[in-house]
Design a binder for this molecule. Structure first.
Ligand SMILES: *Cc1c(COP(=O)(O)O)cnc(C)c1O
Length: 225
C-alpha cells in the first residue's frame, strides 16, 4: 500500500508543462496522498462526495481538489466551499445548483462539461445536441458564479486504440467548435480533460491538457473493503 514513485516521476516528465496531472486518489488512504504531495503533487481527484469531504480537512490547504465523479445536485453544497474544479457537469440544472452554492460561498466555481464519447451505455455525459442546448440556455439565463473552462470525457473501455483515439479527437473538435461558435463571457474551453491510466498517451497525442491518473500511481483499487 504505497505509491509508485518511479512511475510518478516518469509521468511528470512525459507530461511536460502543457499537461496537468490530476492524481486520482479515490479509495486510497491519506497516507498515500501525503507521499505524492511530498514529491510535489498538488492536484488530486476524487469521485465520491463523502470521501472527499472526509479527506479535505485533514490534508494540506494548498491541494487543488478535483471532483471527477458523477455529482448529484443535493451534494454540491458539501464541496462548494473548497472544490477547485468540477469535471463531470452534465446538465443545466446541476450547473444552476453549482452556481447557487458558489454564490453562497462568495466564489466562482470552475467547471468542465462532461461529454459522452464512449460506445458504452454506462458512461455519463452530454451528446452534441445536449451540449448546444446547455450552452444556448446559458445565453438566455446567465450564471455569474460558475466558469466553464473546458470539456471532460471518458473513452470506451477497450483495447482498440484507434477507437479510443477517434473518441478523444471528437471531444477536442467539439471544444474547438464551441470556442468559435459561442461568445459567452464565462465559457472558454481551454481545458481538455481526457486520459486515464490505460489511455493517457493517446489522449496527450489528441490534445489533452489534463490527464486523470489513478491506478498507475496508487496501484489497483480495491472496492470490497
Ligand atoms: C477512477 C477514475 C479515473 C482514474 O482511473 P485509472 O484507470 O485508475 O487511472 C479517471 N477519471 C475518472 C472519471 C475516474 O472515475
Amino acid at each position: 500500500m504505497s505509491i509508485n514513485k518511479e512511475k510518478y516521476i516518469e509521468i511528470i516528465k512525459e507530461l511536460g508543462d502543457k499537461v496537468t496531472l490530476v492524481a486520482v486518489s479515490k479509495t486510497k488512504p491519506v497516507e498515500d496522498i501525503h507521499e505524492l504531495y511530498d514529491l510535489g503533487q498538488r492536484d488530486f481527484g476524487e469521485n465520491y462526495v463523502q470521501e472527499l469531504v472526509d479527506k479535505e480537512p485533514i490534508l494540506s490547504k494548498d491541494i487543488n481538489w478535483h471532483f471527477i465523479g458523477h455529482l448529484q445536485s443535493n451534494k454540491v453544497k458539501y464541496i462548494a466551499p473548497f472544490v477547485h474544479l468540477i469535471h463531470g457537469v452534465d446538465s443545466f440544472s446541476l450547473l444552476k445548483e453549482i452556481d447557487k452554492q458558489a454564490a453562497k460561498n462568495n466564489r466562482t466555481i470552475d467547471c468542465l462539461l462532461q461529454i459522452y464519447i464512449a460506445k458504452e451505455e454506462t458512461k455519463f455525459g452530454l451528446d452534441e445536441k445536449e451540449l448546444n442546448e446547455l450552452l444556448h440556455q446559458l445565453t438566455i439565463e446567465p450564471l455569474n458564479n460558475i466558469s466553464i473552462k473546458g470539456l471532460m470525457g471518458m473513452a470506451s473501455f477497450s483495447d482498440d486504440k484507434e477507437l479510443i483515439r477517434s473518441e478523444f479527437k471528437y471531444l477536442k473538435e467539439l471544444a474547438d467548435k464551441i470556442n468559435i461558435q459561442y461568445s459567452i463571457p464565462n465559457v472558454q474551453c481551454s481545458i481538455i480533460s481526457i486520459g486515464m491510466s490505460s489511455d493517457y498517451t493517446i489522449a496527450i497525442e489528441e490534445g489533452s491538457t489534463m490527464v486523470r491518473i489513478g491506478s498507475l500511481l496508487f496501484g489497483e483499487r480495491n472496492y470490497s473493503k
